[in-house]
Structures are given as C-alpha cells and as structure tokens.
Design a protein around this ligand. Structure first.
Ligand SMILES: N[C@@H](CCC(=O)N[C@@H](CS)C(=O)NCC(=O)O)C(=O)O
Length: 98
C-alpha cells in the first residue's frame, strides 16, 4: 500500500495532531507497513505548483494529503477516514485492537 503524505510523518503542534502522522501511525498500529510517498508542495498552491502531487490528483481529483491507496487499489482520502480504515482492516497476522 502507498500512503501519500505532505513533507513527512513527524509530529506537529496542530490541534488533533499532524494528519499525515495520524494516518501513518494508525496504519502501523494496525500492522501495515505502508510505502510512504512524500509529495512536498502545498495543496493551496494549486496543481501547477504541485507537480509532485500528480498521483494524488489522479487518484482523488484534488491536492490534499494524506491519501491511502491500498494493495487492492482502494483510494482513501482524509486522515480520519484512513484511521478508520486501518482500525477496521488490521493487516493479516496483526492483533485486532480491542
Ligand atoms: N482534513 C484533512 C486535512 C489534511 C491536511 O490538512 N493535510 C495537510 C498536510 S498534513 C495539507 O495537505 N496541508 C496543505 C498542503 O500541504 O497541501 C485530513 O485530516 O486529512
């Protein structure tokens, strides 16, 4: 699976946490080891100034990250949706959180 993030998965002081970090850690906690693709840029700058977000645009039609593309090709956009997906879909062999 591929997880498209902004500049990384580091913590930030943002209330609710850094969305890309939240998505990444939820996947790790569910036993997944996502391939992390840093897209850099800045979503609000639009498509022309975000060439590295092209795969995100192609998958979702917009520039915001995080975006998860599962091994089955399912596209999940928005950190909360990715966290919910991770909790509902633990990796094979991973213990389901109680
Ligand atoms: N509601 C979205 C917010 C996502 C969000 O703010 N993502 C940041 C990166 S962590 C972003 O894309 N900021 C502007 C940008 O860099 O494009 C979510 O939780 O996924």
């Amino acid at each position: 699976m591929k997880l498209y993030v902004c500049w990384g998965t580091f913590p930030t002081p943002r209330p609710g946490g850094h969305p890309c970090a939240n998505a990444y850690h939820a996947l790790k906690e569910a036993g997944w080891d996502p391939e992390v693709e840093k897209t850099y840029g800045l979503g609000v700058l639009g498509s022309a100034l975000n060439p590295t977000r092209k795969p995100v645009r192609e998958a979702t039609g917009q520039n915001m990250v995080p975006v998860l593309i599962t091994d089955d090709g399912e596209v999940i956009q928005d950190s909360k949706a990715i966290v919910a997906w991770a909790q509902a879909n633990p990796a094979a062999g991973a213990e389901r959180a109680s």
